[in-house]
Design a protein around this ligand. Structure first.
Ligand SMILES: Nc1ncnc2c1ncn2[C@@H]1O[C@H](COP(=O)(O)OP(=O)(O)OP(=O)(O)O)[C@@H](O)[C@H]1O
Length: 272
């Protein structure tokens, strides 16, 4: 199989990450490199430590041990006065981490209400992230809002409606538009299709796959749903009790799982 991502530069590196709340609760000794344009799926049953790892990787929770390195753009590093483009995520300031989330990263929550501002219009939800990057022209912000609502298959005519009037699936589309409008270099997704009806999930998944391909997004995707992983991820890490038990190309892992736990996971989900 073609493996273009391996020839691309590293974007995010996790080095021996451990964050434990109790024995086997959290994540331990996690080590991997995400390359530009790559979608990495983190899979495993509930409680295996996927969300804990995602919080550590996205700068939201300091690990007990280990480091996360992010290769920033030259421009953003220059603004922050940094000499190198490789940032040690927990050695930089909290303000700098927040700036990364605003300027270079995106975060898609399982519950769209965690990622949206419910009190302002759909258009404002999309435009707001652009304003945080310095865009001020009202017409441009509105045009971007309409454009992105169309791209996530929402009716642009509803740009002035509050997200609270949208269905769960529509809110998730809006959250995705709000996240992607700034063209983030790295997107973290936590169960992006979780909590939705199966038919709504399928359409959303299809849209996500199209967008990740079109935009060449680099994504760390947490899901317990192997069908979601199969459709979106180039590579998978399988977690159990906080540890990675198997990692590799998605098709290899799902078609020929080596570890007992992965075999169980795959057979219980994919076999009728
Ligand atoms: N803030 C916390 N305080 C204490 N324990 C926690 C905390 N966050 C997670 N845990 C525990 O760590 C373990 C891993 O949880 P985590 O949410 O990372 O797993 P997960 O694989 O994402 O599961 P799920 O799919 O159910 O969200 C669980 O046993 C959980 O109870």
């Amino acid at each position: 199989m073609k493996r273009p991502q391996l020839t691309r530069p590293a974007l995010l590196e996790a080095r021996d990450i451990t964050r434990l709340y109790g024995p086997n609760q959290g994540c331990q000794d996690i080590d991997f490199t995400l390359h530009q344009g790559e979608v990495l799926g983190i899979v495993g049953e509930s409680g295996s430590g996927k969300s804990t790892l995602l919080r550590v990787l996205s700068g939201l929770e300091k690990p007990d041990a280990g480091q996360v390195f992010y290769h920033s753009t030259d421009q953003a590093s220059a603004v922050a006065g940094e000499a190198r483009d490789e940032l040690d995520l927990y050695a930089i300031s909290e303000a700098r981490r927040r700036a990364l989330l605003r300027m270079e990263w995106g975060l898609v929550h399982q519950n769209p209400r965690d990622g949206l501002r419910l009190g302002v219009s759909a258009g404002a939800n999309v435009g707001e992230r652009l304003m945080a990057l310095g865009q001020r022209h009202y017409g441009d912000l509105r045009a971007a809002g309409q454009d992105w609502m169309g791209r996530v298959e929402l009716d642009p005519g509803r740009i002035d409606d509050a997200p609270i009037t949208f269905s769960g699936g529509m809110q998730q589309r809006l959250q995705i538009a709000r996240t992607l409008v700034t063209k983030p270099r790295l997107v973290f997704m936590d169960e992006p299709t979780g909590g939705l009806d199966v038919s709504v999930q399928a359409r959303l998944l299809d849209m996500l796959r199209t967008l990740t391909r079109e935009l060449g997004l680099s994504v760390v995707l947490v899901t317990h749903d192997l069908a979601v992983a199969r459709l979106l991820a180039h590579r998978l890490m399988v977690m159990r009790r906080g540890r990675v038990v198997e990692a590799g190309l998605t098709d290899q892992i799902l078609d020929d799982p080596q570890h007992d736990y992965t075999q169980l996971l795959v057979s219980s989900v994919l076999t009728p």
